[in-house]
Write a protein that binds this ligand. Structure first.
Ligand code: DGL
Length: 265
């Protein structure tokens, strides 16, 4: 099975893209909503929680786990990959985002909206400059956005102005491409578009991650052959199931009926 891990329900946006693009594969999803937001936590905590989440997904039968969470990809992926070695594959989302941004930006001025943890890690700057050494990357930490979404305030005036406050400084820097570097921002994309205007290319996980996963599975038929097929996705949360189902359904685009997961301390 394909396992998808996120700090909350935001990664259901990625799962939605995967189910649309790769409908044959059975998927498992875990959102650690009880401990979100990850973005303001220490790197040590993000690593520990991510490791527990990945263990859970492998324990449920995942063959391959994708860290849909940008914060976990930035702060925990390398260490988690080393721990699992070559047999249990864990993939992050930064490289697919960086490749898409590098391919689409003409002015080489790219904006990244992300959590404080992702910005602090410098991981996007590292991955983007590996691809385009003279690229200018303007990062914007948006600490208010994930709590607003987790509180169900994604359609409020407060959310709209919080998004505009994050996007305006990036537009003022002359970016032509904007990476939505956090799963939760998918739900706020209409406000991002409104604040960014029509000329800026927005790069969203729903398209980029499934596309890159499809290419990965083509390159690795030995992993592809081990994936279960034909079962509906199973969705788990560590948090309140009712809230998760309500907000998750918006991002997933169809009703979510999550099961409760217990990961420990
Ligand atoms: N899911 C996380 C990400 O993609 C953000 C939410 C959080 O801070 O927990 O970065």
């Amino acid at each position: 099975m394909l396992g998808v891990f996120d700090s909350g329900f935001g990664g259901l946006h990625v799962l939605r893209g995967m189910v649309a693009r790769l409908p044959q594969y059975s998927c498992l999803y875990l959102g650690d909503s009880a401990r979100a937001p990850y973005g303001s936590r220490s790197q040590e905590e993000v690593y520990r929680f991510t490791k527990q989440g990945v263990d859970f997904l492998f324990g449920q039968g995942a063959t391959l786990v994708i860290l849909a969470c940008n914060t976990a990809s930035s702060e925990a992926l390398r260490k988690v990959q080393v721990e699992y070695g070559a047999t249990r594959k864990v993939l992050g989302v930064l490289i697919p985002f960086a490749e898409a941004a590098a391919a689409r930006s003409r002015s080489k001025q790219v904006g990244v909206m992300a959590t404080e943890g992702t910005v602090r890690s410098g991981a996007y700057v590292r991955e983007l400059t590996k691809l385009v050494p003279d690229m200018t990357i303007v990062q914007q930490a948006c600490p208010r956005l994930v709590p607003l979404v987790e509180e169900g305030e994604q359609d409020s005036d407060e959310a709209r102005s919080a998004v505009a406050a994050c996007v305006r400084p990036l537009v003022a820097e002359g970016i032509d491409t904007l990476v939505l570097g956090c799963t939760h921002y998918g739900i706020l994309e209409p406000y991002v578009r409104e604040a960014a205007g029509e000329d800026i290319e927005i790069i969203s996980d729903r398209d980029v991650v499934p596309q890159s996963l499809a290419a990965y599975l083509k390159r690795h038929p030995e992993i592809e052959a081990r994936l279960d097929k034909g079962k509906p996705p199973r969705i788990f949360t560590t948090g309140d199931v009712e809230t998760f189902d309500r907000l998750g359904s918006i991002l997933f685009g169809q009703p979510v009926h999550a099961e409760r997961a217990y990961l420990g301390e």
